[in-house]
Write a protein that binds this ligand. Structure first.
Ligand SMILES: [Zn+2]
Length: 338
């Protein structure tokens, strides 16, 4: 097979920042995806109805004629009450919860994810049927942070059985058991957590462009996540977690966390699924699972990839240099122009 067509691809975890950076990166998502779930950790974060509207407007103004639905989200605050949530329910797909300090621009997040602090808001979300999206990590030791957060996921899943909870960018094989245990738990997985390990990040010369939160884990973790995705697990959606930073912020003595993958994720996914002879399971991962879990009807779009060598550029961007995942590497598949 030399061509593959993906129907209505969705990226259910996407950072496009704002201002100049947004104008540099949004096209890589809007051109090749039908929609994306836009993360709210801008500076300052998206926390009001006005924020949602102006951010959405900024995105739509930047994508020109592309058909692309920016599914909006709002940054969790324990001050959100039922009345407020009702007023934004139709404008957002999820409320995104960040424990304080765990990743880029999460400083205003929740200090402790316990029921005293977040219970009332989550209960209102459950009643209004607004899904909860979580960056599930503690501030503990770096390779243990996701595992240490599992009791919190479990507490929330048990306490709010009708609340759909999305465990974002799962990276640790110990999370899988929990995903299977509760019907209201779902997950996103990135391309980079399916493709690389900490040996790629740290095993030779330090690779700052592979540094992200949650940090990439062992080969065993990567393979366990691959197994789920390649075998078509219905509770897992693709979410790139593409998170651009300027090159100099990554190549720094105080390097930022985040991998910019948007321009190469489709090519990378086709290559991975083909290598394992599982191309038939790419379509649900890239679209159907998300449509069912979130009950959305994104605009129809067909994206074709052709078997043609694609040399990943070493940088993207016109005014800001941004280094992508797989920079300088050769991939087997290219996007056909749309
Ligand atoms: Zn993210």
């Amino acid at each position: 097979m030399d061509r593959i067509t993906l129907n209505t691809p969705l990226d259910m975890h996407l950072h496009i920042r704002d201002g100049e950076m947004l104008r540099e990166v949004v096209r890589y998502s809007s051109r090749y995806f039908s929609g994306g779930l836009i993360m709210p950790n801008t500076i300052p974060p998206i926390t009001t109805k006005e924020d949602i509207f102006s951010y959405r407007k900024e995105i739509l103004n930047s994508i020109e004629n592309d058909i692309f639905e920016p599914y909006m989200s709002i940054f969790f605050k324990s001050s959100y009450d039922s009345q407020f949530l009702k007023s934004v329910r139709d404008d957002i797909l999820v409320v995104k919860l960040y424990p304080s300090g765990v990743t880029t621009n999460s400083d205003g997040g929740v200090v402790s994810v316990d029921l005293d602090e977040v219970g009332d808001t989550l209960s209102a979300m459950e009643q209004l049927d607004i899904p909860l999206s979580i960056h599930g990590e503690t501030n503990g030791s770096v390779f243990e942070r996701e595992a240490e957060f599992l009791p919190t996921y479990e507490l929330l899943a048990k306490t709010f059985p009708k609340l759909r909870i999305i465990m974002e960018h799962i990276s640790d094989r110990r999370t899988i058991e929990l995903l299977e245990k509760y019907s209201n738990l779902f997950a996103t997985i990135t391309l980079h957590h399916l493709a690389i390990t900490f040996d790629d990040l740290l095993g030779g010369a330090l690779q700052p462009h592979l540094f992200c939160k949650p940090i990439v884990k062992s080969g065993k973790d990567r393979d366990a996540l691959r197994d789920l995705v390649l075998n078509g697990h219905p509770k897992i959606m693709f979410g790139s977690d593409s998170a651009p930073h300027p090159k100099e912020k990554k190549e720094s003595s105080n390097g930022s966390a985040g991998i910019f993958s948007a321009p190469i994720v489709l090519q990378g996914l086709v290559e991975l699924f083909e290598k394992h002879d599982k191309l038939e399971n790419l379509q649900p991962f890239i679209s159907e699972n998300a449509r069912k879990i979130y009950r959305i009807s994104p605009p129809q779009k067909s994206i074709t990839l052709v078997r043609k060598e694609f040399q990943v550029p070493t940088t993207y961007g016109e005014k800001i240099e941004i280094v992508p995942l797989f920079a300088g590497k050769k991939l087997n598949w290219s996007l056909e122009d749309v």
